[in-house]
Design a protein around this ligand. Structure first.
Ligand SMILES: [Zn+2]
Ligand SMILES: [Zn+2]
Length: 255
């Protein structure tokens, strides 16, 4: 499988780097988009067909889903290449209501998105199967209701693990166990000292999780535009001997 970073800017989009959004491609299968923050749809148009992808969400903070109403417009109203079928949408149980409100014409109204997406709610520990992948959600620690880390395994046993947004929890070590590639947020910069609990990770914690989980490659993401990314990378490297990569918009990883 191939992973493409559409954007990985933390908490909000940055110049040249959309907020969190990733595409997982399996040859011969429909692409899977994971999170869809601000700027994701523009980035997606460069390399992928926005009307032909399943969409999965780690959680529904705006920086992970703000471009979804625009995706609905593309899928429904593109004059020559709208969505030709319903695709899967998998996320927190309240996703249809959340997006229905974001895409509504007025207060108290809900846009019914079931014309273009078939929705399934995550259940922690229960894998969902799509595009030749088994995707298992793990409950993590974050203020957004129903926040998940996602473990994605292909038919060859290759594993991508995505932390989503989370404070430190041993669950992340389970979610990342022996992963080939671990996409881990590091919103707190080099260290979590003095930061709110139960919200985000630091580069140091990302490195610790990568080490304890025995992952192959750690990709640091969700770093905010006001943070020096090199400090975050150094903090992760101090904890983890394996490969540490700074996530960048447009980067691709072959597994
Ligand atoms: Zn976030
Ligand atoms: Zn969040």
């Amino acid at each position: 499988m191939q992973l493409t970073i559409l954007g990985c800017s933390g908490s909000l989009a940055a110049p040249g780097n959309p907020a969190s959004s990733y595409v997982i491609s399996v040859p011969g299968e429909t692409d899977v988009v994971m999170d869809f923050g601000a700027g994701a749809l523009a980035a997606m148009q460069e390399r992928f067909d926005p009307a032909a992808a399943h969409v999965i969400f780690s959680h529904l903070h705006a920086d992970h889903c703000a471009d979804f109403p625009s995706l609905l417009v593309w899928r429904r109203y593109h004059p020559t290449a709208p969505a030709s079928e319903r695709h899967r949408l998998i996320g927190p149980s309240y996703a249809p209501e959340h997006f229905g409100r974001m895409s509504a014409d007025g207060p108290g109204e809900l846009d019914d998105i079931s014309d273009t997406f078939e929705f399934t709610a995550w259940r922690a520990g229960r894998p969902e199967h799509l595009s030749g992948l088994a995707i298992t959600p793990f409950d993590v620690v974050h203020p957004a209701a129903e926040s998940h880390a996602l473990r994605i395994e292909d038919a060859d046993g290759k594993v991508i693990s995505f932390s989503g947004d989370s404070g430190f929890t041993p669950t992340l070590i389970d979610a990342a166990r022996d992963a080939d590639l671990f996409l881990c947020e590091a919103a707190w910069g080099a260290t979590s000292e003095g930061k709110a609990e139960g919200m985000h990770l630091s580069g140091q914690e990302a490195g610790r999780i990568a080490r304890e989980a025995g992952v192959q490659t750690l990709v640091l993401v969700h770093i905010q535009p006001w943070t020096d990314p090199e400090e975050v990378v150094q903090a992760a490297r101090a904890e983890f001997d394996g490969e540490v990569v700074l996530g960048t918009a447009g980067a691709t990883f072959e597994l």
